[in-house]
Ligand binder design. Structure first.
Ligand SMILES: [Ca+2]
Ligand SMILES: [Ca+2]
Length: 494
């Protein structure tokens, strides 16, 4: 289930000891004392029942009043092409019964009440372009932007957005920020430009999962995937055992076709790139100086890629190709497992069989944790333009929005959408925890700069032989040059 944040012990302890001090007053009548005690007890009860995130943020921004300031966030509102889900995670004028929209509305109300500010959304068809034009012109049009991460890389390199480590009112170690995005995108040890966390939900839609057909698992007498996940035995081999037993040429025409036959597993041609992350590897790794590097070509790394090449790409029981026919096969009860981002759950709303959601498999049982790749294209992140007139005020507002999102947006995402409305069982919520806690971001994502490097993984899918290492060697020099230029840009930026 939804994991509650830990209540800060110091704060709770301080509140509990409060009544002792009131008992020391000597000039008060006993009626006054009783009244005072009651007030303190009421205060203690209120504060103790406050959610942890709310208690923390109330302390952090205590006494701040922004005099009705209008906080301007630029973003887009169009729905995305894959799921039809809305991009708007910033502002709604009113509640309308749609759970996520209402949670955004409530989060804003709480933030506005606490800081005396107004949250406003300015929509643009290409928000990054609007932000670039605005910053270059030196205009003060926006306080922040929420948009697709993959479109923000360039403006960060151009020095148009603020380093979050240089905003004094922000604390990136707060539990409402996603620790994975902070660690993965901190560059040069002290620079971070993109942020996600409880404040948005498209970063959660962007996480890789495996969808599976529960009915088919039962019919074939396979182990319950949830139990495998819980016991740490959800590995590539465990999945392959089921996949290889399931695929069948059911129309008997002597060949396998995703439109008519049964497939154990399907994914698009990025399959090696997708699964290498779940096996605990990355395509780039940040070195001790905070510089992204091509992942070290260790025996272990090459071995994992080779296993994917042999057991996945050269396995007729797995369909590697377009997503649409795989989704159709899923809906038609002809596909057992499907790799897709979490946000795609809405595609299975009409599925007759029950489906489950689990993290992508580990390499082997010795691997400690599950890991899930986050698509830079799907995820949204907040950035702050350097033309922002008051970084500390923006820091306070973003911190407060994000803190109040823990018990509004994040809670809604888990409790309502995944457990009740779509995923159809309570165990799924625990699986979502595995996934969300295991997010992996990578500089090789979808920024476009390192396509030569990611291409070594993706093009291998169709390669006639396992020539991964020579592919890497071929592009190494060029990729290192690209990284060098990237580091130069970030060194010059704020
Ligand atoms: Ca989130
Ligand atoms: Ca067939």
């Amino acid at each position: 289930m939804f994991i509650k944040k830990t209540i800060p012990l110091l704060l709770s302890a301080a509140l509990i000891t409060l009544p002792i001090f009131t008992a020391c007053g000597d000039a008060k009548s006993s009626a006054d004392e009783n009244q005072a005690d009651e007030n303190v007890i009421a205060e203690v009860e209120t504060q103790e029942t406050l959610p942890a995130a709310e208690s923390m943020i109330r302390q952090q921004v205590s006494g701040k009043d922004y005099g009705g300031y209008e906080f301007r966030v630029v973003g887009n509102t169009s729905s995305d092409g894959i799921t039809g889900l809305v991009y708007n995670e910033v502002y709604y004028e009113e509640e309308n019964g749609e759970p996520l929209q209402d949670s955004v509305y409530r989060r804003n109300q709480q933030t506005e009440d606490l800081l005396n500010c107004k949250i406003r959304l300015i929509t643009q068809s290409e928000p990054e372009k609007s932000l670039r034009n605005s910053v270059i012109a030196g205009d003060d049009e926006y306080d922040a932007m929420l948009s697709s991460l993959m479109n923000q890389g360039s403006i960060a390199r151009e020095g148009l957005i603020k380093n979050y480590y240089n905003i004094a009112t922000m604390d990136l170690s707060n539990p409402w920020w996603d620790k994975n995005i902070v660690s993965n995108f901190t560059i040069l040890g002290n620079k971070l430009y993109f942020l996600a966390g409880d404040i948005n939900f498209r970063d959660d839609y962007a996480v890789a999962v495996i969808y599976f057909n529960k009915q088919l698992i039962e019919n074939f007498g396979y182990d319950n995937p949830y139990d495998l996940v819980d016991s740490g035995k959800w590995t590539l081999d465990a999945m392959l055992y089921m996949v290889n037993g399931f695929t069948q040429d059911i129309d008997g025409d002597g060949k396998l076709d995703i439109k008519t036959d049964r497939y154990g597993f399907g994914d698009n041609t990025d399959i090696i790139k997708h699964l290498i992350f779940s096996m605990g590897s990355k395509i780039t790794e940040t070195d001790k100086d905070g510089i992204p590097r091509i992942a070290e070509m260790t025996e272990s790394h090459i071995g994992k890629v080779e296993k994917l090449y042999n057991d996945i790409c050269n396995n007729d029981n797995i369909f590697v190709g377009d997503n649409a026919p795989i989704v159709h096969a899923m809906l038609d009860s002809r596909c057992l497992f499907y790799y897709e981002m979490l946000g795609a759950y809405s595609l299975f709303r009409t599925m007759e069989d029950d489906f489950g959601i689990i993290p992508p498999p580990k390499y082997d049982e010795a691997q400690e944790n599950y890991h899930a790749y986050v698509s830079n294209g799907w995820t949204s992140t907040y950035v702050v333009p350097i033309t922002n007139p008051d970084f500390n005020r923006t820091g306070d507002i973003l911190e407060t929005m994000c803190a109040f999102s823990t018990d509004t947006i994040r809670a809604t995402l888990y409790d309502v959408l995944f457990t009740v409305k779509y995923a159809r069982d309570t165990q799924t919520a625990r699986m979502i925890d595995y996934v969300v806690d295991s997010k992996v971001y990578d500089w090789s994502g979808d920024f476009g700069w390192l396509n030569d490097l990611t291409g070594c993984y993706t093009s291998l899918t169709n390669s006639k032989s396992f020539d991964f290492v020579s592919r890497i060697e071929k592009v190494e020099k060029k990729v290192n040059k690209t990284i060098e230029k990237m580091v130069e840009d970030f060194t010059a930026a704020d």
